[in-house]
Structures are given as structure tokens and as C-alpha cells.
Design a protein around this ligand. Structure first.
Ligand code: 4AD
Ligand code: MG
Length: 463
């Protein structure tokens, strides 16, 4: 057989009359008299290529085995299509059936399926137009992330997945242990003796690579991490995963304003990149799921984000006359409904909020002189709410130390973090962009379970 050509390349080809080979999965087969039309897809692009089969030239068995979901290879002549809706098609000379798919049991027959149903068959959903589009956009955004930072001279740092500290201080961690769960070694006071565990101490899956990113930023100046993070928060919402990916830049010599500028530029770059390189996937999602998607994406790229402080946001919410499910009061954290009101109803633009009360933010954030607020920043997006969380970091040893004590954080877990404030400390900043929240925004889909191939959420770790 000839060398395989991807459908993406064939659809752009004008090599009519040439013999080529394609391989892929059959989406549909329909026929009139002695001709069969096969829509074939290999995932390289959202579109199928049409394969035209003169049934009289093939044995009956081969044709019978070509059903929705089967995998085939076709060698044939590339021709200009007579039919509507496609420019090129293939007149089949040889067909090889690699894998059949029994029509009675293959779950992805032609009819439309709900996203909820597709979640139950996450092993097969990459074969749908929707998930093909999501996965290609996910790839493009990963690549664009590395491109953006590389072009700016940032270094990609691999922060550890297993850690002995709680970067967010929220205690929502998955434990990593090899101790016998039925009979763990105990200390004299009856508690589990993690001294005898694999690492000789309690360890967990990382909730954020930030602390390690800070250590390296205080040497390489501008760095970023991009890896999986884990949160054992029992949040069954359309915006929370127990395992999600985070992009975390960390920069020495950046204050909160530099940090906001970087966040805005990164978000706009990622959106522009996907608009340029994934236009067909976006058009599909725009048509089937969210008619405002492409115009919303363009709107973000073209408009400056609003910058405001938390106290101002609370005032706006209190004066809005709007009924919210959760209370609004200075000192309380903002909920997604509040964030979305600010973005969608009030400012009608993405918003970067800064200077939150210190009680609702993590220990490492730079304390303002008012004694009440910290130099935190959250970027709020339409339809999503918080898409980025970050801050300028507390670089002063004494102030950081007293905050750690105030919050009863075990100092032993963070001695190395504190030491960077002893040796050559300097002002620095960083943030975390939730990768799946960004893909939610990019795709216009409504549930975060539909933008990661195999979601992990409370009571769900299938596949
Ligand atoms: O606001 P968060 O918790 O900030 C941090 O973890 C900092 N250490 C980041 C930093 O400054 N380097 O999380 C950052 C972002 C959120 O804005 C949100 O987009 C996303 O991560 N995120 C989640 N995404 C999906 N599922 C969850 N459970 C998420 N929790 C946070
Ligand atoms: Mg946050």
C-alpha cells in the first residue's frame, strides 16, 4: 500500500488523478444502487473525506464490514468532487478493513448524543466532532503557552508533583502514602507514624507549583510551570476538577501592575493563537454550542481589561439591586455569581480585581500597608468567573514569618521557602491560569468535564 496522507492535507490538495492512501474511522456509510459513499475521519481535521466505492469492484464481505466506527485504509484516486459540500473525494481502488465495529453495539451511531452521555463513554468520545475539536484546541493552547513564554525569554520549570507542603494552605490535598491502610504503624499517641512512610514524612499531590516556581524565579528571573495540580475539594460544579492543569508564571522584579500586564497579554495571545490556528474547530463549536463564541473571543482580544480593587467591587455588588444566592459583604470571598455580575452586567469586560482582604487569601501574598488587604489579583472572565488567581508575593522575611505563625502553618514544611527571603530577597509576582477554565472559555462549552480527556471529579475516576 502507498504511504498514508492525512485528511487535513488531502482536503487542501489539488493533486487530482493521483493515487493516494488514507486511513481513518468511518463516520457514516450510505449508498445508492451500486455506489457507496463513506465519510472517513482521521482526527487530523474536523472534516471528513468522502470515499466513493463502486461496490461491484469489491467482494461483498469487505463492503459489509465497512460500518460506522470501523477502521479502514483506502487506496484510490483523488478527484474533484461532483457532490455538494466537499471539494475533493476519493474513488476507491483498494480497501483494507483493519477493525470492524458491530452496528448493534457501537455506541456512536450517527444520531446526536448529549454531552452527559458522551461522558459515560469517554474512551470513545474523542471520535466525535465535538471532542476532536476540543482536543485539537487543547493541543494548540498548550503549544501556544510554550511559544508565548519561550519567545519572552521565560524558562519552563518542572515543579514536583509529590510535595510535603500545602502551597495554598487550604488543606485540600490528596495524600501520597505506601503505608498499609489496614494496619498502619502508630506513634505512641496513637496517630499514624509517617516517619515510617516512603518519604519519612507526610506527603501529598501538589495543589500548585508556585512555591517551587518562586525558588527558581529568584535565580532565573522569569520562569513558568505548566503541569497537573490536584485538589481534594468536594466541589461538584461545572468549573471544578480534582485534577486540573495550571500555567504558573513567576517573575522576579515584577510588581502587581507588571503581573496584571503579563496576565492580560498572555490571555489575549492564547485567544488570538486559537482564533488563527483552530478556526474550523471554533466555527463548528460556534455553530453547534454557542453562537456568540467567536465574537466573544474577538471582543476579549480587542478590549482592555478593567482594573478595580476588591472594595470597589463589593460596593458595586451591594448597590446593584441584584438578588444573589450568596451574601455580599466586605471580608467575604466573591462567588462565581458575583464575579459574573461584575463582568457580564456591570463592566461588560474582563475584570482584574486586586487588593482582597488578607483573611480570604493565601499566606504568601504581599501585605498592604493598611494591615487589612493583600496584593492579590484575580482575573474574572465572562461565563467563567475567576480564570486566574495570583499576587505580588511577600518578600519581607518578618512579615511572611508572622503571617505563617498567625495562620498556624507548620513552619518546618516551609523553612526553604522562608530562606529565600533571607538570602537575596526581592519583590516578585506570579499567577496561576487554570488551563481547563481557559479551554472552557475558548470552546464555549458549559462543563469543565468536557474539556479534559478523562476528568477526575468527586466519585469519578473512570478511564
Ligand atoms: O486561585 P488558585 O487557587 O491559585 C493558586 O493556586 C496560586 N498558587 C497560583 C499562583 O499564583 N501561581 O488557582 C489558580 C487558578 C484559578 O484561577 C482557576 O482558574 C484554576 O486555577 N483552578 C481550578 N481549575 C479547575 N478546577 C479546580 N478545582 C480549580 N481550582 C483552581
Ligand atoms: Mg483563586
Amino acid at each position: 500500500m502507498k504511504k498514508r496522507i492525512k485528511i487535513k492535507d488531502l482536503l487542501e490538495s489539488t493533486d487530482f488523478g493521483k493515487e493516494i492512501n488514507v486511513k481513518g474511522w468511518v463516520r457514516t456509510k450510505r449508498g445508492i444502487k451500486t455506489i457507496a459513499f463513506i465519510a472517513l475521519n482521521d482526527g487530523s481535521v474536523i472534516h471528513n473525506i468522502q470515499v466513493v466505492v463502486d461496490i461491484t469492484k469489491f467482494d461483498e464481505k469487505t463492503v459489509k464490514f465497512i460500518t460506522t466506527g470501523s477502521c479502514i485504509g483506502v487506496t484510490g484516486i483523488l478527484t474533484e468532487s461532483q457532490g455538494k459540500g466537499q471539494a475533493v473525494e476519493i474513488q476507491a481502488n483498494e480497501i483494507e478493513v483493519y477493525g470492524t465495529a458491530d452496528p448493534a453495539s457501537y455506541p456512536l451511531q450517527k444520531k446526536g448524543h448529549t454531552l452527559e452521555f458522551l461522558r459515560e463513554i469517554a474512551h470513545l468520545r474523542p471520535r466525535t466532532n465535538t471532542f476532536g475539536a476540543v482536543l485539537r484546541i487543547r493541543h494548540a493552547m498548550s503549544f501556544a503557552t510554550h511559544k508565548y513564554f519561550n519567545d519572552k525569554g521565560f524558562y519552563y520549570i518542572h515543579s514536583p508533583i509529590i510535595t510535603g507542603s500545602d502551597a495554598e494552605g487550604a488543606g485540600e490535598m490528596f495524600r501520597v502514602t505506601i503505608l498499609d491502610d489496614k494496619n498502619p504503624p502508630l506513634k505512641e499517641d496513637g496517630t499514624v507514624d509517617y516517619n515510617q512512610d516512603f518519604f519519612g514524612k507526610e506527603t501529598n499531590l501538589s495543589v500548585s507549583g508556585q512555591l517551587e516556581a518562586e525558588l527558581t524565579a529568584l535565580a532565573l528571573s522569569e520562569v513558568y510551570t505548566f503541569g497537573p495540580t490536584f485538589r481534594a475539594e468536594n466541589s461538584n460544579t461545572p468549573r471544578h476538577l480534582a485534577e486540573f492543569w495550571m500555567i504558573e508564571p513567576e517573575m522576579a522584579f515584577y510588581d502587581i501592575h507588571d503581573n496584571m500586564d503579563l496576565a492580560e497579554e498572555l490571555l489575549k495571545f492564547l485567544i488570538s493563537y486559537v482564533l488563527e490556528y483552530c478556526s474550523e474547530d471554533l466555527r463548528f463549536l460556534n455553530n453547534f454550542y454557542d453562537n456568540d463564541l467567536i465574537s466573544r473571543l474577538k471582543f476579549i482580544v480587542e478590549n482592555k481589561f478593567v482594573r478595580a480593587v476588591y472594595s470597589e467591587a463589593v460596593e458595586i455588588l451591594l448597590n446593584s439591586g441584584q438578588k444573589f444566592e450568596f451574601p455580599v459583604k466586605w471580608g467575604l470571598d466573591l462567588q462565581a455569581e458575583h464575579e459574573r455580575y461584575l463582568v457580564e452586567k456591570h463592566f461588560k469586560k474582563p475584570v482584574i480585581l486586586t487588593d482582597y482582604p488578607k483573611e480570604i487569601k493565601a499566606f504568601y501574598m504581599k501585605q498592604n500597608d493598611d494591615g487589612k488587604t493583600v496584593r492579590a489579583m484575580d482575573v474574572l472572565f465572562p461565563k467563567i468567573g475567576e480564570i486566574i488567581g495570583g499576587s505580588q508575593r511577600e518578600e519581607n522575611y518578618d512579615r511572611l514569618y508572622s503571617r505563617i505563625k498567625e495562620l498556624n502553618i507548620v513552619e518546618d514544611e516551609l523553612w526553604w521557602y522562608l530562606e529565600t527571603r533571607k538570602f537575596g530577597t526581592v519583590f516578585h509576582s506570579g499567577f496561576g491560569l487554570g488551563f481547563e477554565r481557559m479551554i472552557l472559555f475558548m470552546t464555549g462549552l458549559g462543563n469543565i468535564r468536557d474539556v479534559i480527556p478523562f476528568p477526575r471529579t468527586p466519585r469519578n475516576a473512570e478511564f
